[in-house]
Write a protein that binds this ligand. Structure first.
Ligand SMILES: [Cu+2]
Length: 237
């Protein structure tokens, strides 16, 4: 009897329509990044939905994610997660790496760790976390920590898809690391997700007004030249 009620209850939940899908396509305009211009790489745009009414219940999403360190590159370069998610940073290189952030969002530092080991950190604050490696100035990544489980990151073609959305009214938000806050705010809008899903009109994200500044190491100082061999230890706070 209990089993029968449980099955019935689950069917009711399924019947409530947690199944709408929103698809879209983004492109990056006015980019100063040569790769974007030459290869039309539209990856790394984060799109997410927050219920327009604060009363709406947000289900818990996946609580574990991964950002690899491989070929002196963080992969993926842009990672979107929900608040409370643990991110593992496996080091798949033959050299030491670090990951830290001291810029807006959540600040963390997982220390210097050897090849083929891993370190993890939990992200408990919503916001944009810019991630760097304290010994390799060219390494950078972005972790976007969201309160909503309804998010997607665009692929190289700019395609994105968010599944299992309860139909309803949402505010759509967009983030891209090379777009200004004003640009991103102007792209935010209310969308209605009907039970049979939603195809967004194409979204163009302008990189106009973006200024790339060299970032500092974890002590807030400039990176030393050739820090590969022990520069980490030698860097004075
Ligand atoms: Cu590194």
């Amino acid at each position: 009897m209990i089993w029968r009620s449980l099955i019935f209850f689950n069917l009711v939940l399924l019947g409530m329509g947690h199944s709408a899908t929103m698809s879209g396509k983004v492109e990056l305009a006015f980019s100063q990044d040569l790769n974007v211009r030459k290869h039309l790489d539209y990856s790394g745009v984060v799109v997410w939905l927050e219920p327009a009414s604060s009363a709406a219940v947000m289900p818990a999403a996946s609580r574990h994610a991964q950002m690899l360190q491989k070929n002196k590159t963080f992969s993926p370069h842009v990672l979107a997660i929900t608040v409370g998610t643990t991110v593992d940073f496996p080091n798949r290189d033959f050299i030491f790496h670090n990951a830290f952030s001291n810029y807006n969002g959540e600040t963390f530092d997982i220390g210097l760790y050897p090849p083929h080991s891993t370190k993890s950190t939990v992200f408990t604050r919503a916001g944009v976390v810019r991630v760097f490696c304290n010994i390799h100035p060219t390494m950078s990544a972005v972790i976007v920590v969201l309160k909503s489980p309804y998010f997607a990151v665009s692929d190289r073609n700019g395609m994105l898809k968010i599944s299992d959305i309860p139909p309803g009214s949402y505010r759509l938000h967009i983030f891209h690391e090379r777009a200004t806050e004003q640009t991103l705010e102007a792209l935010s809008r209310i969308v209605e997700v009907p039970p049979d899903g939603l195809q967004l009109p194409a979204i163009s994200v302008s990189e106009s007004g973006y200024l790339q500044l060299p970032h500092k190491n974890k002590f807030g100082k400039d990176y030393l030249p050739a820090t590969e061999s022990g520069g980490y230890v030698g860097t004075k706070p």
